[in-house]
Write a protein that binds this ligand. Sequence first.
Ligand code: GLN
Length: 570
Amino acid sequence: MTKFVFITGGVVSSLGKGIAAASLGTLLESRGLKVTIIKMDPYLNVDPGTMSPFQHGEVFVTEDGAETDLDLGHYERFIETRMRKINNFTTGQIYDSVLRKERKGDYLGKTVQVIPHITNEIQDFIFRGTQIGERDRAQVAIVEVGGTVGDIESLPFLEAIRQMALRLGKGMTCFVHLTLVPFLASAGELKTKPTQHSVQRLREIGIVPNLILCRADRPIPKDECEKISLFSNVQKEAVISAYDVDSIYEIPRILFEQGVDEIICQSLDLSLPSANLTIWDSLLNKLTLPLKPVKIAMVGKYVDLKESYKSLSEALIHAGIHSEVKIVVEYIDSESIEVDGVERLVDCDAILVPGGFGSRGIEGKISSIKYARESGTPFLGICLGMQLAVIEFARNVADMPKANSTEFDPETSFPVVALVTDWLTKDGNIENRSFLSDKGGTMRLGSQHVKIFKSTLSHKIYGDFTKERHRHRYEFNNLLKSKLQDAGLIISGETENGNLVEIVEVSSQNHPWFVGVQFHPEFSSTPKNGHPLFKSFIDASLSFSNSRIESSNSDNYSNLDKGIHETSRF
Ligand code: GLN
């Protein structure tokens, strides 16, 4: 039987509940348990894939092609279990499912209500989420309750988990509450009152936390923790100081040092060998080494909201850990390049154009790619970035003026990137359309095999095959493939059946490192392993940086930085 750790949040949002859940996952996994994590989102959208990254940050894509909340990305970076569609659900999906059953007559004409119908459905979805792989179930499922205690929207979730604790009985569930202990500058002290109120709120609903994780900008002194313990009726050892740290990957250790995993194991009646964090400790050591910085220009649209490139910035950090360099990401709004030109790219060691949708800032990205190709600056284009690299090459090398994607110019005379159905109207000779995914409409989603051609840079990086996740609609247009190849563009990866282009390169004779990939490698990068494509990209950036230093005859290594990498904070 799976046991459950429920994580609720109090006081304010954005405290890092996802990272807390993920870190608990690391600790429990390192004690030998098979762990999974489930996220319940309290909004009414049925499909998180259609939500704006401006509001919700990145859309994370699972291997099985689900477009989910970015917290699932954190889970995969911290635990071994791969997330699936079943690991994330929204209130909208719960209602959708209940209403469909009602339409089918499953409730036999009874009155359909929030309690018990919605709360039962939530419990069914939670149990469904405990599955790992085809047959296995998690020994412990960590369930993150989205929203904040006191929100009207979260109430059915809280009621459902309260009922679960009652149903499953002692030793089967553990409640963790994450709150804020703010520092008031005017009073010069940390304030525990919001936490006290938040726990009271939870208790009114019938949930008594086993553990309180108190977020603060500094370590919380013992007497403050004792005060919280007294007012919230939680053992003082179970009031944990979860203070700000430079790297999110420090959090499992901080929680471990305060005995968090032991408290959880005790409440779940689990007696296990103690946690082993050796691998995490060695990663952390590398993060604090004095390392040479490389500056990566990330030219994108949502640069003001870094959360929208979460997996990508983490993947760069992972590569930095493994290649032992400090990653400095310069987020550049592509529209500013359209106005000011490529000047800002000149002192960067590499250029990255990430995925995206819509025409805003497209020409600025294309100018950046042109600059990268002509100046020999290492370049990585991801999804839209790859498509724009093809457009740039078509326009400026392959003599296809105004080449474009039909996403941006449906009338272009050189649709080098287009919907597969657009290629059909132009030529009609694509027979096998089975590769068109029906998941999420016309979007190609989820993990698929990529066949890689010998004697290419990609082959050095990946070998013969890889599997990567996708999320896009438009494809490299095979009808213009030979024209691009004749002009020197290298196609180094395709789908297994050869129907779609997956990777393009510029020849190593003309450029040290220029790769565009139709898939999203950032979704499968973990701090423990790094990702081969990002590691190679970072190595190339380091060589480029070194060669520039050499050529400018400067042996001034004063930029050796005692460095915490640019990384997200807890
Ligand atoms: N907009 C492009 C497409 O739909 C690229 C998508 C992406 O970068 N994820 O194909």
